[in-house]
Design a protein around this ligand. Structure first.
Ligand code: FAQ
Length: 332
C-alpha cells in the first residue's frame, strides 16, 4: 500500500540553520510537504502525534455512538447512524494511512493508544446516556470537528490535508443528521424536549473543550501555526464554534447552559463563561468518566480482529505467490 511502503522511509537530515530556514520558506510559500521530502524531526513528530491522536479519536469515537445502533428509534435512524459510525471508521483508516507516510506503523500507534501513551479526544471520554446524546454528538461534536478540520484541509502536510477534504464532506452530513435528531426531539413531546436539553446541558462544555486548552496553555500551538499545520489557534476556533452554534440552539428553542453567554456588539462575537480546565486536564490525563471502558473496548476489538488481519495477510501472500508463479510460467 502507498502509505505502508513509506514506513521507515524518512531520511535523517542535518538540521542546519540553512536547512531549517529553507524548510520554513517552503511553508511560507504555501508549498505542500510530501512524505519523502526532507523535514525537521520535530515537524514529523508533531504530525505523528496530532494525526495519531486524530485517528484514535475517530476510531474510539465509534464506541459511544455504536452503543446506540441497536436502540435507534426507527429503521431510518438506525440506517443513518450505522452509516455515520462506518464513516468514522473510514476516517480513522485514512488518518492512520496519512500518519504511516511519516514512518510510523499502525501497530505502533495502536499499541500507544492501548497503553495510554497516545491520547484520544477528551469528548469521547463521556458516556452517551440517552438517544438525545446521539443528536447532540452529531450537532455539537461533529460541528466542533468540522470547525477544527476545515482549516486542516489547508495543512502544510499533503497527505493529512488531502485526507481532511473527504473527512470534512462526511462530517458535514453527520452534523446535519445530529441537528435533525435534535430538531425532532425539540419539537416533540415535553419529555423529548427535556431529553434534548439534558444532552445539551451535559455535552456543551465537553464540546468546547475539544478545541484544546487556552492558547496560553497550548504547548504545541505556536509552533504548529508557524509550520501551518494549524491555521487558527484553539481559542479562535472555539470562538467561531460558539458564534455559529448559539443561533442554532435558539432555532431549536434550547438553552445553552451558560449564564455568561451574551452577544458582544463591540467584539462582534459571543462572550461565554469560563471552562472547567481542571476537568479538561483530568480527562486528558486519562481520568475521564469512560476512559477505562473506552480503552478496554478498543483493545478487545483489536484483539478480536487479529484473525481478520492474519487472514488478509495470508490471502495477500497467496495472491503474490500465485502471481509470481504465473509470471515465471509466462517467462518460460
Ligand atoms: N482531547 O498544545 P495543544 C471527531 C492535548 S475527531 C485530548 O493545544 P495541539 C470526529 C494535546 O494532545 C476529534 N487531548 O495541542 C468524530 C497536547 O498533549 P500532548 C479529534 C487534547 O495538538 C465525531 C496537550 O493537550 N480531532 O470528533 C485535547 O496543538 C463524532 C496540549 O494541547 C482532532 O484530533 C483534547 N480535546 O492542539 C468522531 C483534530 N486538546 O500530545 C466520532 C486534529 C488538546 O502534548 C464521532 N487535532 N489535547 O501530550 C487538532 O487540531 C489538535 O491536535 C488539537 C490540540 C486542537 C486537538
Amino acid at each position: 500500500m502507498y502509505s505502508q511502503g513509506l514506513i521507515g522511509a524518512h531520511h535523517e537530515v542535518e538540521e542546519t540553520p540553512e536547512f531549517l530556514a529553507a524548510f520554513q520558506r517552503r511553508i511560507d510559500a504555501e508549498e505542500k510537504i510530501e512524505p519523502n521530502d526532507p523535514m525537521p524531526e520535530a515537524y514529523r513528530k508533531t504530525l505523528i502525534r496530532q494525526i495519531g491522536q486524530h485517528a484514535h479519536s475517530e476510531i474510539v469515537g465509534m464506541l459511544p455512538e455504536g452503543n446506540w445502533i441497536t436502540r435507534a428509534p426507527s429503521l431510518r435512524r438506525k440506517a443513518a447512524l450505522l452509516a455515520k459510525v462506518q464513516d468514522e471508521g473510514g476516517h480513522g483508516l485514512y488518518l492512520y494511512a496519512a500518519a504511516e507516510t511519516l514512518g510510523v506503523s499502525r501497530e505502533e500507534m495502536t499499541e500507544q493508544l492501548h497503553d495510554g501513551r497516545a491520547k484520544f479526544s477528551s469528548i469521547f471520554n463521556y458516556p452517551t446516556l440517552s438517544w438525545a446524546d446521539i443528536g447532540a454528538i452529531g450537532w455539537l461534536v461533529d460541528g466542533a470537528a468540522i470547525m477544527n478540520q476545515i482549516p486542516l484541509c489547508r495543512c502544510s502536510y499533503g497527505p493529512y490535508a488531502r485526507a481532511m477534504i473527504r473527512v470534512c464532506k462526511e462530517e458535514s452530513f453527520h452534523q446535519r443528521q445530529g441537528y435533525e435528531i435534535m430538531m425532532t426531539l425539540a419539537r416533540g413531546t415535553p419529555e423529548q424536549k427535556a431529553m434534548a436539553q439534558d444532552a445539551l446541558d451535559r455535552l456543551w462544555q465537553p464540546a468546547l473543550m475539544m478545541f484544546g486548552p487556552h492558547d496560553s496553555d497550548s504547548a504545541h500551538g505556536e509552533q504548529s501555526m508557524k509550520w501551518k499545520i494549524k491555521r487558527f489557534t484553539n481559542d479562535e476556533l472555539r470562538q467561531r464554534f460558539v458564534d455559529a452554534t448559539v443561533p442554532q440552539a435558539e432555532y431549536l428553542g434550547l438553552t445553552i447552559p451558560d449564564s455568561d453567554l451574551k452577544w458582544n456588539e463591540e467584539r462582534g462575537h459571543y462572550d461565554f463563561g469560563p471552562i472547567d480546565w481542571n476537568e479538561f486536564w483530568r480527562v486528558v490525563k486519562g481520568g475521564g468518566p469512560m476512559t477505562r471502558d473506552r480503552v478496554r473496548d478498543r483493545r478487545k476489538a483489536w484483539e478480536d480482529g487479529a484473525w481478520v488481519r492474519e487472514a488478509a495477510l495470508a490471502h495477500a501472500a497467496k495472491r503474490r505467490a500465485r502471481a509470481a508463479a504465473a509470471a515465471k510460467t509466462a517467462a518460460e
